[in-house]
Design a protein around this ligand. Structure first.
Ligand code: GLU
Length: 484
């Protein structure tokens, strides 16, 4: 009997749920469903500094919203758990010891200073970057003695220095790499935690993953991974690297040019089935070339080996167009339910009410006053538009301030609360010597389109990070289009 297919999505919980995660999850989900196999969700939180459980929860919620249900994962359990890498440290340590015992890996005692010097020398000589394998020549007994004495070290993979590694990608065929071009990758860090490469390979093997379907950006790691499988003496899974989603200018999709957070699409009123359909088109064409199809039709028809490698452009207009088709197909009752859920959810209205109650006289005032809570893009009131430019600053200076504020302060906020938003704005003002008064008005206009609004930070909290981020980006575009 053929082995049952097992696929996985392995997000790192280090930020907002990314559209790329949904894209990769969709193809993994589809293969598992098509073959009657299992789709596993594993949390890759090896980066202890950047991983948060808030981000993990948001990722799980976003994938559930899309309806990409997983059979095993940190929330539902399963026979191959735990499904969070931070709970598997011992497993990685044991595995690395096996590699050291067969000399397929070795302790490296080089200090940070030495590695920095080495890098500087390599840079000056315009040579290849990489570890020079100094510690590989230390006699293994001597190395063990130093480890036992508590000397700080990492464990590195001993790449063969001759020959080549052949790594097969289902869509690209054999990728051949000369072994001496591949670095002796760190597997275990000096704090005893694994790197991505070790944890990922060990888990894919122990969790019985048969198909590793992931983003193209990981293809450069493939030779190291293949080497690791061989060093352990394990069979290789099928590897399939999906083409990267791209911005309209064909650069890798990025939040500077496109909204990448799934929360954005949810709040912008994109229907989950339309988003999945759109993502499926980023690499797959139905045999009859129709654009609109359901998830189950996709699951039935799609063939992993027929994914096309052309860089798919994530085009917001096309997504909106497809969403419109879905929306018009909804039954009245269903549309009503969707509106309730996405636009007029009780929890959202309850958060808005205290911000507007003091400021309206009749119920009929609610809609015009609170309009900016419900629209995708705000309309700048005519009298407000000039105030999008900060007092005593030019439009480009204001746009730059928005960019720095967003990228260096607001994006880093984990818990999107009024207090944290205010602290981030004030931190920006301190760092860049801006007068808070001069900053807050343009931000108010960017976020609401007006000069008179409910308290700014509370308003931003209720609107949510994805909406605020997008409005600031749009404001930057508007500012760039103004005369300096
Ligand atoms: N944690 C990696 C990511 O977030 C997983 C890559 C992989 O699928 O191997 O993209």
């Amino acid at each position: 009997m053929a082995t049952a297919v097992r696929t996985r999505i392995a997000p790192s919980p280090t930020g907002d749920p990314h559209v790329g995660t949904a894209y990769v999850a969709l193809f993994n989900y589809a293969l598992a469903r098509q073959t009657g196999g299992s789709f596993v969700l594993r949390i890759e939180d090896t980066d202890r500094q950047r991983s948060t459980s808030a981000s993990e929860q948001q990722i799980l919620a976003a994938l559930s919203w899309l309806g990409l249900e997983w059979n095993e994962g940190p929330d539902v359990g399963g026979a191959f758990g735990p499904y969070r890498q931070s709970e598997r440290t011992e497993i990685y340590r044991e595995h690395v010891e096996k590699l050291v015992a067969k000399s397929a890996a070795y302790p490296c005692f080089c200090t940070r200073e030495r590695l920095e010097e080495l890098r500087a020398e390599q840079k000056a000589a315009k040579g290849r970057f990489g570890y020079d394998r100094l510690c590989r020549s230390i006699d293994s007994e001597e190395a063990q003695r130093r480890v036992a004495a508590g000397e700080e070290h990492v464990i590195r993979l001993a790449m063969p220095t001759e020959g080549e590694t052949i790594a097969n990608d289902l869509l690209r065929g054999d990728i051949v790499i000369a072994n001496d071009q591949v670095d002796d990758q760190v597997l275990l860090k000096s704090d005893g935690h694994p790197t991505y490469h070790l944890a990922n390979v060990v888990d894919d093997h122990l969790m019985g993953i048969t198909h590793v379907i992931r983003a193209e950006e990981w293809i450069s790691s493939l030779p190291k991974h293949v080497r690791l499988y061989r060093a352990f003496g394990w069979d290789l899974p099928v590897f399939c690297h999906l083409p990267l989603l791209r911005n309209a200018d064909t650069s890798k999709i990025s939040k500077r040019k496109n909204p990448v957070s799934l929360d954005h699409y949810r709040q912008a009123g994109i229907l989950p089935e339309a988003l999945l359909n759109y993502l499926a088109l980023m690499g797959w064409t139905m045999p009859d070339e129709r654009d609109q199809f359901t998830l189950s039709e996709f699951v039935a028809e799609f063939r992993l080996e027929d994914i096309s490698l052309g860089g798919p452009v994530f085009d917001l207009d096309k997504l909106n167009w497809l969403n419109g088709k879905y929306l018009r197909d909804l039954q009245g009752e269903d549309l009503l339910a969707r509106l309730h859920e996405a636009v007029f959810a009780d929890a959202y209205l309850e958060a808005i009410i205290p911000l507007v109650q003091e400021r309206i006289d009749t119920l009929a005032d609610f809609v015009p006053y609170a309009e900016f809570f419900f629209v995708g893009n705000v309309r700048y009131e005519e009298t407000a538009l000039p105030k999008l430019v900060a007092k005593n600053h030019t439009p480009p200076q204001t746009a730059k301030a928005f960019r720095v504020l967003l990228e260096e302060h607001l994006d880093a906020i984990l818990e999107w609360s009024a207090a944290n938003i205010e602290a981030a704005m004030r931190a920006f003002c301190e760092a860049r010597e801006w007068n808070p008064k001069e900053l807050f008005m343009p931000i108010r206009v960017a976020i609401t389109g007006r000069t008179a609004t409910p308290p700014l930070f509370e308003t931003m909290e209720v609107l949510g990070k994805a909406r605020c981020r997008w409005r600031l980006r749009r404001a930057m575009e508007t500012l760039r289009g103004m005369k300096a």
